[in-house]
Design a binder for this molecule. Structure first.
Ligand SMILES: NC(=O)c1ccc[n+]([C@@H]2O[C@H](COP(=O)([O-])OP(=O)(O)OC[C@H]3O[C@@H](n4cnc5c(N)ncnc54)[C@H](OP(=O)(O)O)[C@@H]3O)[C@@H](O)[C@H]2O)c1
Length: 298
């Protein structure tokens, strides 16, 4: 079996590490570090390292999981966030289009949930972007840059990724369980869709495989796994799954117990994945694990 080559950007990140771990043996992964391929430099037009990479080991597909994904950091380091999330993806997509390599670009539900034409979810694939903070605004601009580049480019929006490499919310919830029966505090006024990292990584790799075989896919995809949830509902599922079904949950404002936030969070950024999941079933994409079946590990 001839190995396919995938250029994976962001391989050291939470999602990228999971993609790397789940890649089947028929994929050979090229995983440049930030030093080898810096998106800030790419944003400023320095395409040399990327073009050299594409020429040296031509990939069948490029998967971009690299981003400045810290929502609060983006609010503070605004220029870096704009470069990495908004400008670099457009340059990446143009280089991929010139090289005739399909690009899968990972984005986020945080392109929704702010003040815009539609204030509440669920947001379909073609809904008008309406980010609530700088992170979402930069990711929204990045999406537009990717889709306007003219090649075979696909934006995959994900939300609330969790798993062994993405433990922030799991640790926030389980870290408060101290055996005294004290309530676990979560920021309750937020709804989205938890997404198991391993399952969605396999899905992304299947999409890459399909594109490598020359098949078509929609330009914007919302792979969703199970119903939407509030933070409260997700925390309840995590606690029950870990045997802490007696531990109560209290809804708290954001500034509690080291959970204070700089950037505004969307209250409702639920993705509607009806069109994506219909397409996925038609073309035989793998089913996504329902997050309720494994809410605290993946
Ligand atoms: N985590 C979530 O819950 C979530 C939810 C929805 C959507 N997403 C999206 O999913 C994707 C992956 O997120 P994640 O949580 O895995 O992010 P992450 O853990 O913060 O990883 C980000 C990756 O991007 C790389 N990176 C950052 N700046 C770079 C630069 N200037 N040049 C090259 N590489 C750079 C990082 O490399 P270093 O190791 O060198 O820093 C790291 O590999 C992002 O597009 C994000 O918007 C995430």
């Amino acid at each position: 079996m001839t190995a396919r080559c995938l250029l994976l950007l962001g391989a050291s990140g939470r999602l990228g590490a999971t993609v790397r771990r789940t890649a089947p043996p028929n994929w050979r992964l090229d995983v440049p570090t930030r030093i080898e391929l810096d998106l800030q430099r790419l944003a400023s037009g320095d395409t040399g390292p990327l073009e050299a990479r594409l020429a040296h080991a031509p990939p069948e597909v490029v998967l971009n999981t690299a981003a400045m994904a810290g929502v609060d950091a983006c609010e503070v380091q605004r220029e870096e966030a704009t470069a990495v999330n908004a400008l670099a993806p457009a340059v990446l997509a143009k280089v991929c289009a010139r090289a005739k390599v399909p690009l899968v670009h990972v984005s986020t539900d945080y392109v929704f949930g702010g003040i815009g034409s539609q204030r509440t979810g669920p947001y379909a694939e073609n809904a008008v972007q309406c980010p609530a903070q700088h992170y979402g605004a930069t990711k929204a601009e990045g999406e537009r840059g990717v889709l306007d580049a003219g090649g075979r480019a696909h934006v995959v929006r994900l939300s609330w990724i969790y798993g062994s490499a993405a433990r922030a919310f799991l640790d926030h919830v389980l870290g408060q369980v101290d055996g005294s029966g004290q309530a676990v505090a979560v920021f309750g006024a937020q709804r989205s869709r938890p997404t198991p990292a391993t399952s969605v990584s396999k899905w992304l790799l299947a999409l890459c495989d399909l594109l490598a075989r020359g098949q078509a896919a929609p330009s914007i995809l919302h792979p969703v796994s199970g119903p939407s949830a509030s933070r409260n509902q997700w925390a309840r599922a995590i606690l029950d799954d870990q045997g802490h079904d007696q531990v109560p949950i209290t809804e708290a404002p954001m500034q509690v117990r080291g959970f204070s936030k700089t950037a505004v969070r969307p209250v409702d950024s639920r993705l509607d994945g009806t069109a994506t999941m219909r397409w996925a079933e038609q073309v035989g994409m793998p089913a996504l694990l329902d997050w309720r079946d494994s809410p605290s590990s993946n």
